[in-house]
Design a protein around this ligand. Structure first.
Ligand code: HMG
Ligand code: MG
Length: 297
């Protein structure tokens, strides 16, 4: 099994989308530029969603056109529909991400559409992306629990993840949107999905609301997963998942992975500095335990 784990950095999108106070476009650009110097291979930059739904992402075009792109780094952006895809391409996106859920209630709340309707919306995006030679990542939310319906059947996660894979997503990111999962459930879910979608095509997107994310990541690494979404300083949350906190902190994930003898290519000290800088900008303490322990200056 490979000893390399690919990190997909979430702080500029998942990390900031839920902030109620406006954040300067220049600060968002600086965040991404700073992250680009840490060795991260993939940095989700922004979301071309409806600005009425998520005002914090209204400056998606300015952000994506304003960043300094480091060669070798991917800068995916969220695109919920063809309109978002077209805006993203005009702004120079080379990778996009579509998103749906394993529970109907969350799909409706997050995208004003049933799961089936979201999959229908993706078809023209996939077609355009193939013609444009643009990579498409797919997210499935609520894979370990839903803020509206509670339990989510593993069979639904498998069904939706398989549908997205069949549509042509090169990678499916499995979202524990509200961070309620525990290791045995996470392992069972990943095992079941991996029977239909090769495990190399699966990513772990775990929010850390209940402090379970690293434990869940550990068991999924044992199952062969090698892609992890994480957010510097543990920033973030979903506007349509009340009470949910940020993604697992990137600093904690790197400390953990390097301690396990796995490689990420990311400089933990450099990333810690960015997490600290971001926390200062947001006026709050970092949610990363490793980030706080390492930042003694
Ligand atoms: P809708 O209101 O049903 O859309 O929203 P519509 O097609 O009826 O259009 C309504 C208006 O929105 C129109 O404007 C459109 O032009 C505009 P009007 O004519 O009223 O002036 N519009 C857009 N404008 C800009 N860009 C667009 C766009 N689309 C429509 N792309 C829609 C449907 C999907 C657009 C909306 O529900 C939406 O934007 N949802 C996104 C919500 C979101 O961003 N959630 C957070 C990200 S997902 C997440 O955090 C989970 C994840 O991290 C994984 C996990 O943790 O589980 C990925
Ligand atoms: Mg998320």
């Amino acid at each position: 099994m490979s000893d390399y784990v690919r990190l997909v950095e979430m702080s500029a999108r998942d990390g900031l989308q839920n902030e109620s106070a406006p954040i300067n476009t220049a600060d968002k650009i600086e965040l991404i530029n700073r992250l680009s110097e840490t060795g991260l291979p993939s940095i989700e930059a922004t979301a071309f969603v409806s600005p009425k739904w998520v005002p914090q992402m209204a400056d998606a075009t300015e952000v994506l056109t304003g960043i300094r792109r480091k060669p070798g780094v991917d800068y995916p952006v969220l695109t919920p529909n063809l309109q978002g895809y077209q805006r993203a391409i005009e702004a120079g996106a080379r990778e996009v991400a579509v998103f749906t859920a394993a529970s109907e209630g969350f799909s409706l709340k997050n995208t004003n559409a049933s799961i089936a309707q979201t999959l229908e919306r993706f078809a023209p995006i996939m077609e355009a992306a193939r013609a444009d030679n643009v990579k498409v990542r797919g997210y499935v939310s609520t894979v370990l629990g839903c803020p509206i319906q509670g339990e989510v059947a593993v069979s639904e996660v498998v069904r939706v993840a398989t549908a997205m894979h069949e549509l042509g997503c090169y990678e499916i990111s499995l979202g524990d949107t509200i961070g309620v999962g525990t290791p045995a459930k996470a392992r069972a879910m990943l095992r079941a999905v991996a029977q239909q979608v090769p495990v190399e095509r699966l990513a772990l997107h775990f929010h850390d609301t209940y402090g379970q994310a690293l434990a869940n990541i550990l068991v999924c690494l044992e199952e062969g997963a090698r892609v992890i979404d994480a957010s510097a300083a543990g920033t973030g949350g979903c506007p349509y998942a009340k009470g949910a906190t940020g993604n697992v902190a990137t600093e904690d994930v790197i400390y953990f992975l390097h301690g396990q003898g796995l490689r990420t290519g990311v400089d933990l000290d450099a990333l810690t500095d960015v997490g600290h800088w971001l926390s200062e900008r947001l006026g709050r303490a970092s949610q990363s335990r490793a980030g706080r322990a390492l930042y003694v200056k």
